[in-house]
Write a protein that binds this ligand. Structure first.
Ligand SMILES: Cc1ncc(COP(=O)(O)O)c(C=O)c1O
Length: 345
């Protein structure tokens, strides 16, 4: 197989030559002392783009979410979050284990939102018997809900409900730039009423590593201490932050190409009769398998040179990203069609 078309995730992209050049020439210093000018520039730019006062560069989205939970809560508090959220599904219970909070899940609707009536019913006031619900975590775009970009009015309703109940709101915005692109608004609008937002540079933005957590000055000061506690204080890390600055400048405007490619991929898959894909709003195609077995399909796709991942029983996920062109999507569909044809014969 000459070139494998890797649609497993938008995390598989490789840094471009231009990004590597920016990294190689980055000015650096010891970031734990606050001396790294490139990190400081990245944090200032991230704060500006998300409309927050301050920001903190962190190694991963998982650490960004955990630091947010640690910073918004104290052990024994309760957080409310979607049952399909990344924090609940894929972060190994870190919020419970390391922040010591009760993680209470509410049902995510297919569009990634939560029912504000359920939030009101679930929220608890701290007293002699009960923990207090202190934080609502939302995710936008929503990975397990097929890359859904949460509507702005839903975001506003969720944040105002949480605030009226005395809860802060953290937005897991690992792919919030995809949301901004899909809704055609700046990320600062998407995150406007959220108390904190984390986003990943290592996903659609094409960096090798890194996420940023943004919030008020005071929040970020405490978050910086929590990052240090978790061992996330890094030294001459401007070499990595330079990739982030490069991505924020060059790789945001192109995200809508990934969205168009995902739509084309979903349309092509739908025509094959074996899969029922979502209608992607962003770069994530989630397809139910309606003929055959998901693991068999994934194996035959891989044999044909297309990589995707299982995403629950009889469901697969395919993600477009910066290293996938329209031609790659055409070629992936041609290879998948071949695999489906071989089974049908
Ligand atoms: C919605 C969401 N949040 C958080 C993360 C965690 O990011 P990381 O892999 O950098 O820890 C991911 C990773 O896929 C994600 O999809």
């Amino acid at each position: 197989m000459t070139n494998v078309i890797d649609l497993r995730s938008d995390t598989v992209s490789k840094p471009s030559d231009a990004m590597r050049q920016a990294m190689a020439t980055a000015e650096v210093g010891d970031d734990v002392f606050g001396d790294d000018p490139t990190v400081n520039r990245l944090e200032a730019r991230a704060a500006e783009m998300t409309g927050k006062e301050a920001a903190l560069y962190v190694p991963s989205g998982t650490m960004g979410n955990l630091i947010a939970v640690l910073t918004h809560t104290k052990p024994g508090d309760e957080i409310l979050l979607g049952d399909q959220s990344h924090i609940f599904q894929y972060e190994l219970g870190g919020a419970a284990r390391l922040a010591g909070v009760i993680t209470r899940t509410l049902t995510n609707r297919p569009d990634g939102t939560l029912d504000t009536g359920e939030i009101r019913a679930a929220a608890r006031t701290e007293n002699l018997h009960s923990p207090g619900s202190k934080l609502l975590c939302i995710e936008n775009t929503h990975n397990r809900c097929g890359g859904a970009a949460l509507p702005l009015d839903a975001m506003d309703e969720l944040t105002s409900t949480a605030h009226s109940l005395g809860m802060a709101v953290h937005l897991d915005g690992a792919r919030v730039f995809n949301s901004g692109a899909a809704l055609n608004v700046p990320v600062s609008r998407v995150a406007r009423h959220c108390d904190s937002v984390s986003f990943c540079l290592s996903k659609g933005l094409g960096c090798p590593v890194g996420s940023v957590l943004c919030g008020s000055k005071q929040f970020i000061e405490s978050a910086r201490r929590n990052r240090k506690m978790l061992g996330g204080g890094m030294r001459q890390v401007g070499i990595l932050a330079a990739a982030g600055l490069f991505a924020l400048e060059h790789n945001v405007a192109r995200l809508s190409e990934d969205h168009a490619n995902a739509a084309m991929l979903a349309d092509g898959l739908r025509e094959l009769g074996a899969f029922r894909p979502n209608t992607p709003q962003t770069n994530i195609v989630v397809a139910d398998v309606i003929r055959g077995d998901v693991d068999d399909w994934l194996r035959s796709f891989a044999a044909a040179g297309v990589l995707a991942v299982g995403f629950g029983p009889q469901r697969m996920r395919l993600v477009t990203h910066i290293n996938i062109s329209r031609t790659d999507v055409d070629e992936a569909l041609r290879r998948i069609q071949g695999a489906v044809g071989a089974v049908a014969v």
